[in-house]
Design a binder for this molecule. Structure first.
Ligand SMILES: O=C(O)CCC(=O)C(=O)O
Length: 281
């Protein structure tokens, strides 16, 4: 994995907003290969008869088995994004989730969509909303342009990662009352990094084209990955370079040091300072 430096303003953006846009993270040819692989997986979804007024019918969220396809596998340690995540979270991470998310066009005059606002990784269900740490970052790779409002991009409640409360919705409405819901404008090839604490939700695609994204989540190795990544696929491990091997859960024991990314971080001068257990005074 080549080195890409995390700029101070990128760190500040994630710290302040809860998300960070990385323009042109994928080149045109990668986007085309990913769309080809994604469309093959989504073939039956894309060919269903048109039904404009049913959100679930027009929303595909495909998770298991994606990495068997070469273009999806190549993103596991992608050089324009994963180095940024290593500099934000440190080297002790692995891949936590993968998703191919397509949304077909829906009725442009449809009623407001029932949202599913949430924080990732379900930590608040056990720990509550107060004092949550950042433990994971997802990368959303745009495979289509998102130039219009309501064109299928995930909505984010700006700065909600800093809130220690549930999101407040007025009765009968779908979006938060005291926070900005960001419907970002992005180009195909851009990547959007967002951290686990930010409230976000799927939203309908009221444009005339299918919206296409891929989401790869990275989290500390002590966070159990989603079920289909839990037992690493031996075939994938066999062909993985050392960094991808770590990211795929190749070290089964979390007490084993994350050698591959630790060495990579040291080589590029971005290894975090060691945290001692004790200090002698
Ligand atoms: O489908 C979307 O736009 C949102 C996906 C999402 O919320 C998630 O992966 O956590």
């Amino acid at each position: 994995m080549d080195f890409t430096e995390l700029k101070p303003e990128q760190r500040s953006s994630l710290d302040a907003e809860g998300f960070l846009v990385v323009p042109k993270a994928l080149d045109r040819s990668m986007v085309e290969q990913l769309i080809e692989a994604g469309d093959r997986r989504a073939e039956s979804f894309l060919n269903k008869p048109e039904v404009l007024d049913r959100a679930e019918y027009n929303h595909l969220d495909l998770r298991p088995g994606l990495l068997a396809d070469e273009p999806f596998f190549a993103l596991v340690a992608h050089s324009s994004t994963v180095p940024l995540i290593v500099q934000l979270l440190g080297p002790n991470i692995h891949l936590h989730s993968t998703a191919l998310i397509y949304k077909r066009p829906e009725d442009p005059d449809g009623v407001p969509f029932r949202r599913g606002w949430h924080r990732d990784i379900r930590m608040p269900k056990d720990l509550g909303h107060q004092g949550l740490p950042r433990v994971g970052i997802k990368v959303c790779y745009c495979l289509t342009d998102f130039h219009q409002p309501n064109s299928g991009m995930t909505l984010f409640a700006r700065q909600s990662h800093l809130s220690g409360e549930p999101l407040i919705l007025a009765k009968g409405t779908v979006d938060p009352v005291d926070m900005e819901s960001c419907d970002l404008r992005l180009d195909a090839g851009d990547a959007l990094l967002f951290e686990n604490r930010i409230f976000h939700t799927a939203a309908p695609n009221r444009s005339e084209r299918v919206s296409r994204v891929l989401m790869y989540g990275y989290a500390y190795r002590w966070m159990k990955p989603e079920v289909y990544l839990d037992i690493p696929d031996q075939e994938l491990l066999n062909k993985a370079d050392p960094i991808s091997r770590q990211l795929l859960g190749g070290y089964r024991d979390v007490d084993t040091a994350p050698w591959a990314l630790q060495h990579w971080a040291a080589r590029h001068g971005v290894a975090p300072a060691p945290v001692p257990w004790t200090i002698e005074v």
